[in-house]
Design a protein around this ligand. Structure first.
Ligand code: TRP
Length: 444
C-alpha cells in the first residue's frame, strides 16, 4: 500500500477539523435547541460544556491520533494498548450510524435549496416539509448527498477533504456574516436578540438538570467528539504542532459559527412571530425557517443562501464521518480508498433508509446517538487517556506545546475526574430519557 497521507499544512488540518465540527449541529440544531430550552439560559450552560468539557476531550482525541498515527482502531494498538481497540471500533460503528441519518437531513437541505429556487415552500411551509422529509424524495436526496460525500472522501485526505474544506469554511463564514448583517435590518431583530442573549439565571437554576443533557450532547456533537473523527484527523498530522493551540482555534471558530447562526435565525423567527413554534424537534426548525423565508421580501434568495451555507456545513461534516470507517477498512484490509469509500458509503446509505420512513424514526436514530453512543464513547476516551495511557498522553500533549507542564498536569486531572463525572451524569439522564421514550411509545 502507498505511503500514508498527511495534511499539507497546519491550516489545512485546522480547516478540515473545523469543517467536521461546523455542521448541521451548529447552524440547524444549535439555534433550535436554544429555542427549545429557554434561550439564553441554554446558551450559558452550552458554552460551559463546550469549553470546560469539550475542549479537554478534543485534546484527548488528538493525543491518541497523533501518537497512534493510524486509523482509530489501529491507533490504540500502536500506542501499546491493543485491548482498547474496541473504543476505536465503537467510534467506527457510531460514525456509521450517525452518518446514516445525518445524510437524510443533508438530503432535506438539498430539497430546501431546490425549494428556495422554485418557491415551492412559499405557500405552505408545513406541507412542503411533509412532501420532502419522508418517502421517495427523501430517499433520492439522501442518495445524492451520500454520493457527493463519497466523491470527496474517495479523492483522498489532501485532494478531497483538505481541498473541499479549505473552500467551504471561508465560504460559510463570509455568507453567515452577510446573513447576520442582513438580519439586523429585520423588524423582529431586537426581540430575537433579547431572547437569545439575556440569560435568566432563575430559569437556569430551575431547569438545570433538564438543560444539562441536551447542552452536553450538543457540545460533544458540535465538536465532533467521541466517534474518533478527531483521532482520525490528527493521525494525519505529520509534525509537532501545539495540540492545545490547534484545539483552541478549532473550538473557538466552531463556537463563533454557532453563535453567528443564532444571530441569523432568531431575528428571522421573531420577524415572523417568535421562537415559540420552533422548539419541537427535527421538522419544526425547517418549517419555521422556511415559513419565515416565504413571508419575507426577497425571502427566496435569502433562503437559497441560508440553505447553501447549511449544505456546505453538512458536507464538510459528513466527509469526516465517512473518513472514520474508510480509514479503518482500507488500512486494515488493504482495499483502495476509493473502493472502500464507495462500499462503505453505500452501506451507510442503506442503514439510513429507515430514517426516511418518517421523522419518528429519525428522532430515534438521533436520540440513540445523542443520549447513548456519544456519552459512552467520550467516557471511554477520557478513561483511556486519563488512566490507562496517561504517561503517553502527557508526553504527547507536551510535544510542540508552549503551554508548560502545569497546563498539562491540570488537563490530565481534568480528563481523569471532571470529564468522566460530567459524562456519567449526562449518560444517566440520557439513558433514562431514552428508556422512558421507548416505554411510552414516543418513537414507534
Ligand atoms: N459536528 C458535526 C455537526 O455539528 C457533526 C459531526 C461530524 C459529528 N462528525 C462527527 C458528531 C463526529 C459526532 C462525532 O453537525
Amino acid at each position: 500500500m502507498s505511503e500514508r497521507e498527511t495534511w499539507t499544512s497546519r491550516i489545512g488540518f485546522i480547516f478540515a477539523a473545523v469543517g467536521s465540527a461546523v455542521g448541521l449541529g451548529n447552524i440547524w440544531s444549535f439555534p433550535f435547541q436554544t429555542a427549545a430550552n429557554g434561550g439564553a439560559a441554554f446558551l450559558v450552560v452550552y458554552l460551559l460544556a463546550v469549553f470546560l468539557i469539550g475542549f479537554p476531550t478534543m485534546m484527548a482525541e488528538f493525543v491518541i491520533g497523533r501518537r497512534g498515527e493510524q486509523n482509530p482502531v489501529a491507533s490504540f494498538k500502536n500506542i501499546g494498548y491493543g485491548n482498547w481497540s474496541f473504543a476505536g471500533g465503537l467510534g467506527v460503528f457510531s460514525s456509521l450510524v450517525t452518518l446514516s441519518f445525518y445524510s437524510v437531513v443533508g438530503g432535506w437541505v438539498l430539497s430546501y435549496i431546490v425549494g428556495s429556487a422554485t418557491g415551492a415552500y412559499f405557500g405552505d411551509a408545513g406541507a412542503y416539509f411533509g412532501s420532502i422529509a419522508s418517502g421517495p424524495t427523501a430517499i433520492a436526496a439522501h442518495a445524492v448527498f451520500m454520493l457527493v460525500t463519497i466523491g470527496i472522501v474517495a479523492s483522498g485526505v489532501t485532494d478531497g477533504i483538505e481541498r473541499a474544506t479549505t473552500f467551504m469554511i471561508p465560504a460559510i463564514l463570509v455568507l453567515l456574516v452577510g446573513l447576520a448583517a442582513w438580519a439586523t435590518t429585520l423588524e423582529g431583530a431586537t426581540a430575537g436578540y433579547a431572547f437569545y442573549l439575556s440569560p435568566d439565571f432563575g430559569v437556569i437554576a430551575d431547569n438545570f438538570w433538564s438543560i444539562v443533557p441536551p447542552a452536553m450532547g450538543q457540545a460533544f456533537f458540535t465538536l465532533s467528539l467521541g466517534f474518533s473523527v478527531m483521532i482520525a484527523y490528527s493521525s494525519y498530522l505529520g509534525r509537532d504542532d501545539s495540540l492545545p493551540a490547534d484545539g483552541g482555534a478549532i473550538v473557538v471558530v466552531n463556537t463563533l459559527v454557532a453563535l453567528l447562526a443564532g444571530f441569523v435565525v432568531f431575528p428571522i423567527l421573531f420577524a415572523t412571530g417568535g421562537a415559540g413554534g420552533a422548539g419541537g424537534g427535527a421538522g419544526t426548525a425547517f418549517v419555521a425557517l422556511a415559513g419565515a423565508f416565504g413571508n419575507l421580501p426577497a425571502g427566496g434568495i435569502i433562503g437559497f443562501v441560508f440553505f447553501a451555507v447549511l449544505l456546505f456545513a453538512a458536507l464538510s461534516s459528513s466527509i469526516s464521518l465517512l473518513e472514520v470507517p474508510v480509514s479503518y477498512i482500507s488500512e486494515n484490509y488493504g482495499y483502495s480508498r476509493a473502493t472502500t469509500a464507495v462500499a462503505m458509503g453505500a452501506t451507510i446509505a442503506l442503514v439510513g433508509v429507515p430514517a426516511t420512513f418518517g421523522t419518528s424514526w429519525l428522532g430515534f436514530y438521533n436520540d440513540v446517538v445523542f443520549k447513548l453512543l456519544l456519552p459512552v464513547a467520550v467516557l471511554l476516551i477520557a478513561v483511556f487517556v486519563g488512566w490507562v495511557a496517561d504517561t503517553e498522553a502527557v508526553d504527547e500533549l507536551g510535544r510542540g506545546s508552549t503551554f508548560g507542564e502545569s497546563f498539562t498536569t491540570a488537563w490530565l486531572w481534568w480528563v481523569r475526574v471532571v470529564v468522566p463525572f460530567a459524562v456519567i451524569v449526562t449518560l444517566y439522564l440520557g439513558v433514562t430519557a431514552l428508556y422512558e421514550g421507548l416505554n411510552t411509545g414516543a418513537y414507534f
